[in-house]
Design a protein around this ligand. Structure first.
Ligand SMILES: NC(=O)c1ccc[n+]([C@@H]2O[C@H](COP(=O)([O-])OP(=O)(O)OC[C@H]3O[C@@H](n4cnc5c(N)ncnc54)[C@H](O)[C@@H]3O)[C@@H](O)[C@H]2O)c1
Length: 253
């Protein structure tokens, strides 16, 4: 039980990596508050994991972010962990949208949402005497996007947004270290979730995606959640500003 007694907010908890993280955190003894725009997904998580508290809201809405952090602090008396897993890809945005529309939509959730949620949580973590923030960057935030991938229809700001998350991680990590607030990120390779299911549905593309990882396969949400749990826990007490790959060797090539 590495997270016994810790209070955590997990954004994007209605699906994929956020959902797997919420489950893992419960099994590690944490009190979990799932935060997502997807009401139905949160309700399904609550049904499966009755101890999880849920709040509906948008990570890029600073008022809502501040409110959830304050409510959690008021209800539990502390906030120890924030996991910023809410995210979208360019594929979520209208495929006819122009460059600027795509950029704004993806940056709004992935980069601005991460920053806004983190700033809201930091205020409560300071009052709790410290904390740990784990961001979801990506291998796409560390290396260039492979042009060989056949599923990018038009301009794709996703790698730029994940590079921004990596830099937010380093900057906040350095800035907050002396206050006992550790900020780190995981950088997954391709993982089976709702985010990738429309591309893994195409067998040719799926084969290409698997082959990009030296392990010869894509990852599971639980494999990312395990590393998030480690980074969030006191076991990672000397880990600050790290962009920790969970990518089957993708970036080691
Ligand atoms: N799946 C992958 O291959 C992969 C790889 C690297 C990084 N990531 C990152 O991991 C994170 C989780 O991705 P996933 O694969 O679990 O995706 P997912 O689509 O399964 O889950 C994302 C969740 O974020 C929520 N969300 C979207 N916009 C939101 C907003 N504005 N406010 C609150 N919630 C919002 C969605 O409702 C959804 O529940 C994302 O940041 C993603 O970029 C995923």
């Amino acid at each position: 039980m590495k997270l016994k007694g810790k209070v955590a907010i997990v954004t994007g908890a209605a699906s994929g990596i956020g959902q797997a993280t919420a489950r893992r955190f419960v099994s590690e003894g944490a009190k979990v508050v799932g935060y997502d725009v997807d009401d139905a997904g949160l309700a399904a998580l609550k049904q499966e994991q009755p101890s999880v508290h849920t709040r509906t809201g948008d990570v890029a809405d600073s008022r809502s972010a501040k409110q959830v952090a304050e409510e959690v602090f008021a209800e539990f008396g502390r906030l120890d962990i924030l996991v910023n897993s809410a995210g979208i890809t360019a594929r979520t945005v209208d495929s006819n949208a122009d460059l600027e529309t795509r950029w704004d939509a993806v940056m709004q959730v992935n980069a601005k949402g991460t920053l806004i949620m983190s700033e809201a949580a930091v205020a409560a973590m300071r009052e709790s005497g410290g904390g740990s923030i784990v961001n979801l960057s990506s291998v796409m935030g560390l290396v260039g996007y492979p042009t060989a991938l056949p599923f990018s229809d038009g301009f794709n700001p996703y790698p730029h947004s994940k590079g921004a998350v990596a830099q937010i991680t380093r900057d906040m990590g350095v800035r907050l270290a002396k206050e006992g607030i550790r900020v780190n990120a995981v950088c997954p390779g391709f993982v089976y979730t709702a985010l990738t299911e429309n591309v893994t549905g195409n067998e040719e593309v799926h084969k290409t995606m698997k082959s990009l990882h030296p392990l010869g396969r894509m990852g599971k949400a639980e494999e990312v959640a395990a590393v998030i749990a480690f980074l969030a826990s006191d076991d990672a007490s000397f880990v600050v500003g790290a962009t920790w790959t969970v990518d089957g060797g993708y970036t080691a090539q």
